[in-house]
Design a protein around this ligand. Structure first.
Ligand code: UD1
Length: 423
């Protein structure tokens, strides 16, 4: 297994490119299943999760070609061979459940393995299943698979009312509703930019959707969808992660293509912590204002609130802030696994349930640490870049799920970072 070695090396300066959003791409790819015409995605990120979704779509008989070094995905689902998504692939990635809605809507039938548990909490799929039921589907859980059957004549428009906002369940419901007969209203819908991006792509394919980006989305079903070419939206989580690089290390970094509107709540917290963010025509220019980072309290919330996917990175930053910060995790119940690793580097963190209290120390010290999930892994790399001495982050396969070319991108800013393969 690869590990990454980082050494504290002073300020970081320069421009850093930000890729297309992993989470948008993972829902745009299954949208190809809705149509027999080709769907082409540009600005796709080069990540192992995208390879997993490629393998899943190919296992269903879809054609997926990766062009321009993985930056373009040309897909076609004209000749699907099965509506069954097998456990062997689905277990690798929870987002696999996103093939359910499209398959059910186009073919009236789908079998999808239940995704396995996940390190950051129980993460059930009940809301996805309820959404399909609201459109008339019969759902049966047998042998670890969801067996979904639409009524004769296909899914019917209906009211999908979520008890709380779920990104994935909203995406599944939205895709399914595009081909359902009649009107569907999704209430308490998630409002993330990745959902707006999906709706934009579906509209290009011929779907009739209104209200995406608000908590009520209305979809008028159509008989068929056509092909489209769509550019994947900027990855706001990769953006936020690299915005933190100069906050940790000093210097001035421009995250190319970044926009404040993607990360308003996060930018407000950076401002309060003493980090300046300026939107220019190139992207977001970030620098530490003066002296030490200041403690701030953070609560994760659905969009437009502070994203749970930036909580680990923010906690790592606050470990060396002046004062005490309180972080509350409201989305996932077990998402502080990076805290004990940061403690190994000298951080002072008390975790009680969903609340972590971080008492800022002057500086962290390098140590061997272990990545426990995707965002935790990058938080340890950032912490290592600002720590005294060497930090070796093991189990970085998590990192490769969500960050392309991390070493190259950070080295270009002046960071001392290298991958050590195969140990
Ligand atoms: C997506 C993102 C993930 C991000 C999360 C929250 C993708 C591929 N992943 O995950 O990076 O951290 O949004 O912003 O886009 N829940 C249920 N039942 C369900 C579905 C969800 O109880 O059927 C719960 C989850 O356990 C969690 C909460 O709802 O506590 C929100 O999860 P959700 O928004 O669905 O996250 P994902 O779509 O899995």
């Amino acid at each position: 297994m690869d590990s990454i070695l980082v050494t504290g090396n002073g300020p970081l300066n320069g421009d850093i490119p930000i890729a297309g959003a992993k989470n948008a791409c993972l829902t745009l790819m299954p949208a190809t299943l809705l149509s027999e015409d080709p769907l082409t995605l540009t600005n796709a990120p080069r990540l192992s999760d995208i390879k997993t979704m490629t393998a899943l779509l190919q296992s269903l008989g879809a054609e997926v070609s990766s062009l321009n070094a993985g930056n373009v995905l040309a897909m076609s689902s004209h000749g699907l061979t099965t509506q069954r998504a097998e456990y062997d692939i689905v277990r690798k990635m929870r987002a696999s459940i996103l093939v359910l809605g499209p398959l059910l809507a186009r073919f009236g039938y789908a079998e999808v393995s239940l995704p396995g548990g996940c390190a950051i909490g129980a993460r059930p799929v009940d809301l996805h299943l309820k959404a399909m039921e609201a459109m008339g589907a019969e759902m049966d859980l047998r042998d670890g698979y969801v067996h979904a059957k639409a009524p004769a004549g296909g899914l019917k428009g209906g009211i999908v009312e979520f008890p709380f906002a779920s990104v994935g369940a909203t995406e599944n419901a939205l895709m399914a509703a595009t081909l359902a007969k009649g009107t569907t209203e999704i209430r308490n819908a998630a409002r993330e930019p990745e959902i707006v991006d999906l709706a934009d792509c579906l509209r290009k394919m011929g779907a009739q959707i209104e209200g995406d980006g608000t908590s009520t989305i209305t979809i008028q079903g159509v008989d068929r969808l056509g092909g489209a070419t769509h550019r994947v939206v900027t990855d706001r989580i990769e953006l936020g992660t690299y915005m933190l690089a100069p906050a940790f290390c000093g210097g001035e970094v421009t995250c190319l293509g970044g926009k404040i509107s993607l990360l308003e709540a996060f930018c407000e917290k950076l401002d309060a912590a003493g980090i300046s963010v300026e939107e220019t025509d190139k992207g977001l220019k970030v620098a530490r204002k003066n002296g030490r980072v200041q403690a701030v309290d953070v609560t994760t919330e659905p969009f437009p609130g502070f994203p749970t996917d930036l909580q680990a990175q923010m906690m790592a930053l606050l470990c060396t802030a002046e004062g005490t910060s309180v972080l509350e995790e409201k989305i996932f119940e077990n998402r502080f696994m990076h805290a004990p690793e940061l403690v190994r580097m000298g951080a002072q963190i008390d975790v009680q349930g969903g609340t972590a209290t971080v008492h800022g120390v002057e500086r962290l010290k390098g140590a061997p640490v272990m990545a426990t999930d995707l965002r935790a892994s990058v938080s340890l790399i950032l912490a290592g870049l600002a720590a005294e001495g060497e930090t070796r982050v093991s189990r970085v396969y998590h990192l490769d799920r969500g960050y392309e070319h991390v070493e190259e991108k950070l080295s270009a800013l002046g960071a001392k970072i290298e991958r050590i393969s195969g140990e």
